[in-house]
Design a protein around this ligand. Structure first.
Ligand code: 2AM
Length: 222
């Protein structure tokens, strides 16, 4: 099972991202564009998680072994540092392109000066520490928070994809962290949330908890 941990978006934000994606599409001659339901921000990519008991014939045993792994991963997302983070926002304000083996992946990138950037990096770093501790592999490449707009983009002329001051702001609310499954269903790349954890709900006391660190309910707990 191919797994990753991500932040998913509201419909309103997806529509804003899609408007930008449309600008990319109109300049591309070919490409695979992220479908609306797949737009997300990856926090950690685990890749294929082997089901240890897959070779054991009894389906029930295999299922319970998988459940155990998912339970461990759910536990990571529920880690007090992660789930104790107060909801925050990240503004996405620029675009760019990763080129790998001649293929262009176009993305929307987080504002390097937004207040949420250190918080999302802290969540990523925590995940990168906990995931191997629980026995899973994780992609350790440097974290550059981005939203993939399209892959394998081909174009005849240089792409001009800018976000102007008159464009609607793309500010993502980070209020839930999700363990996601990636699979091809009837030929379509499909992402499904297997487990999600809402970040700390201020209404239940965080706002008035008197913490010095505004990003956490209790950063000392771990
Ligand atoms: P992305 O974050 O750039 O869009 C599921 O495959 C998600 O995990 C994709 O959105 C993908 O890219 C992200 N991801 C991060 N590292 C990956 C890797 N090494 N291989 C495949 N997908 C990866």
């Amino acid at each position: 099972m191919r797994l990753f941990i991500a932040v998913n978006f509201s419909e309103e934000i997806k529509n804003r991202i899609l408007a930008l994606q449309e600008k990319l599409r109109s300049q591309a001659s070919r490409g695979t564009f992220t479908v609306p339901q797949n737009l997300h921000l990856t926090l950690a990519f685990l890749g294929e998680v082997p089901v240890v008991a897959a070779e054991i014939p009894a389906a029930t045993t295999a299922a319970s072994a998988m459940d155990e792994k998912l339970e461990l991963l759910s536990g990571i997302i529920s880690d007090p540092f992660i789930s104790g983070t107060l909801p925050f926002e990240i503004r996405f304000n620029h675009t760019g392109c990763f080129t790998h083996s001649g293929k262009e992946l176009w993305w929307l990138g987080a504002d390097k000066s937004c207040a949420g950037l250190p918080l999302i990096k802290a969540l990523h770093e925590r995940l990168l520490r906990l995931i191997p501790e629980e026995g899973f592999s994780v992609d350790k490449r440097p974290f550059s928070p981005h939203i993939t707009l399209g892959r394998d983009i081909k174009h005849e002329r240089p792409i001009n994809l800018t976000i102007g001051p008159d464009d609607p702001e793309i500010t993502v609310a980070v209020d839930r962290i999700s363990l996601m499954k990636s699979e091809h269903l009837k030929g379509k790349l499909t992402y499904t949330e297997l487990f999600g954890k809402d970040l700390y709900d201020q209404d239940s006391g965080g706002k008035d908890s008197g913490d010095k660190d505004p990003g956490h309910k209790d950063p000392g707990r771990s």
